[in-house]
Design a protein around this ligand. Structure first.
Ligand SMILES: Nc1ncnc2c1ncn2[C@@H]1O[C@H](COP(=O)(O)OP(=O)(O)OP(=O)(O)O)[C@@H](O)[C@H]1O
Length: 259
């Protein structure tokens, strides 16, 4: 397991984009072991998921670096990739894979628990416990993933990621298909679990309420860089950048709580 404060993923002056078009113009971000949850917010299309893709080594930076334990994240060798896959888990909006029509929730979670044990990532969880954590009823064990709704798939994806007991959990709009009440409850549980198990969470979301609920520190992405960083309430109150002012105006509930 990660040591408290050790740098696991470090983006430094990260520039990245697609087909030669730069989206990120210099992002700095460190995900340290056993650290408090961090959020990234910003308008649609600004590059939040691009940050995630670069952190996960899925895309190659145009400039700057992304390193995983000191190695370029996009150039990991096979053995390093295996360790990375256990230590760092991403949950995206799409949820679980649906390519195998026979794959059940039980088999899917059992595989993750087995992988975790094999990698020495000891785990007290059971399939039932994981389903319960994400508020899926026990009859879901026998359900195939293809028959699940979008929200059920998202919750199962979170359960699957937690089954591997990662050091870092990267959540890219992970609970968008779930109603706000249930979303809040799962985030509340996740906050406690992450603190208990020492999982460092990065949450990328447009939903300021989710970010406020989970994250102690938030970065606002605009114009390809972080234009504000700190506790969400302070960032919104300061509205130091036009994009932050827009976010504050569009979040009346959050703004009300500030007064
Ligand atoms: N595979 C791709 N090829 C080309 N352009 C892409 C690709 N993926 C994303 N983009 C573009 O890069 C920019 C940033 O996209 P990204 O998905 O990172 O934004 P985002 O902030 O996560 O958006 P949203 O909040 O809407 O999910 C957008 O202009 C998008 O159209």
């Amino acid at each position: 397991m990660a040591q408290a404060g050790e740098a696991i993923i470090v983006a430094s002056g990260l520039k990245a984009g697609y087909e030669g078009e730069e989206v990120l113009h210099g992002v700095d971000l460190t995900i340290a072991g056993r650290s408090a949850p961090v959020g990234i917010i910003g308008p649609s299309g600004v590059g939040k998921s691009t940050v995630v893709r670069a952190l996960m080594g899925i895309i190659t930076p145009y400039g700057g670096t992304v390193s995983y334990r000191g190695r370029p994240a996009h150039k990991l060798r096979r053995g390093e990739k295996k360790v990375f896959a256990g230590e760092v888990r991403r949950v995206s909006q799409e949820g679980v894979p649906t390519t195998d029509p026979r794959l059940t929730a039980e088999k899917y979670l059992a595989g993750a628990l087995k992988d975790a044990r094999r990698a020495g990532r000891t785990h007290a969880s059971t399939i039932e416990g994981l389903l319960d954590f994400v508020a899926l009823e026990q009859h879901f064990t026998g359900r195939t993933l293809v028959t699940m709704s979008g929200g059920e798939r998202q919750r199962l994806a979170l359960a699957h990621a937690l089954a591997t007991r990662p050091d870092v959990l990267v959540l890219d709009e992970p609970l968008t298909a779930i109603d706000p009440g249930l979303r809040s409850e799962i985030l509340r549980r996740l906050k406690t679990l992450a603190a208990d198990l020492g999982i460092s969470v990065l949450l990328v979301s447009h939903d300021l309420e989710s970010v406020e609920r989970l994250c102690s520190t938030v970065h606002v992405l605009a114009d390809g860089v972080f234009v504000a960083s700190g506790p969400l309430t302070e960032i919104l109150a300061a509205a130091s950048h036009p994009v932050v002012a827009d976010l504050a105006a569009a979040a009346p509930l959050t703004a009300q709580r500030l007064r």
